[in-house]
Design a protein around this ligand. Sequence first.
Ligand code: AMP
Ligand code: MN
Ligand code: MN
Ligand code: MN
Length: 278
Amino acid sequence: MIVDFHTHSLASDGALAPIELLRRAKAAGVQQFALTDHDTTAGYLAVRHTSEAEEIGLISGVELSCRWATTTIHVVGLNFDADAPEMTAMVEQLTQAREERAEKIATRLAGVGIDDALEGAKAIANGSQIGRPHFATWMAEAGAVDSAAEAFDKYLGAGKIGDVKMFWPPLSDVVQAITRAGGVAILAHPLKYRLTGMKLRALINDFKAAGGGAIEVLNGRQPETDLKRLSQLAEGNGLMCSVGSDFHRDFEYGPKLGIDVERLPNGAYVWDALEASA
Ligand code: AMP
Ligand code: MN
Ligand code: MN
Ligand code: MN
């Protein structure tokens, strides 16, 4: 079976329209799929009743931004009621937070001589959930940097001036928004936060205490040793496992859509629970 429970569309910082992403997933042989745009379900809502959605076993999805102490964390939500007030209120709160953050990023960029970044990034986002990648694309187009990658390296990446912190709701709030909407909360890409082993264990404890249900053991292209380590962490903490490509766009060295579950170690996977509850 081929699945993918972590992907992005034009509704956030991905390159493909939601329906186009679904067609690509179908072409990749995907049988269970979630579109997990950053802090928005707009893409999912736009395609949920299409024949393409049925063909690839589309379930609801989202990737919510939150904070745990001073660290920004991403929590993927799957199989929730996208119309539940807990979810719509959280998405609305995060949309507002992203607007405020975008203004702060632009102010900080103006401080280093890069003017008009808010208007520029908004033009790139074109109504999508705004994020740092839209700033990066605009900065490259405006000639402030040579490439979007350089924009992250110099201005937007972790610890740089455009990395505005502390805007997101606490981890427990986003986990609860997902679980109260009837979904399962998944700690996305746990090794990307660069935490010490001790802090990672503390994060997983807090995540589970808040009602978190699973750990993402495979995210895009990652070393085989990470899959093993994360699978053991999940099992040791009584959490399920999830996997996803984190596909944003076609990119030579980037991940492709779809993960063949045959390559995964034995474990408790979220799709087994979905099938059991169906
Ligand atoms: P945001 O959600 O607005 O904080 O932006 C984070 C997104 O930016 C991630 O989901 C990635 O898609 C992208 N991103 C993060 N770091 C980099 C980087 N170093 N180079 C390019 N894109 C990045
Ligand atoms: Mn992204
Ligand atoms: Mn993420
Ligand atoms: Mn993602």
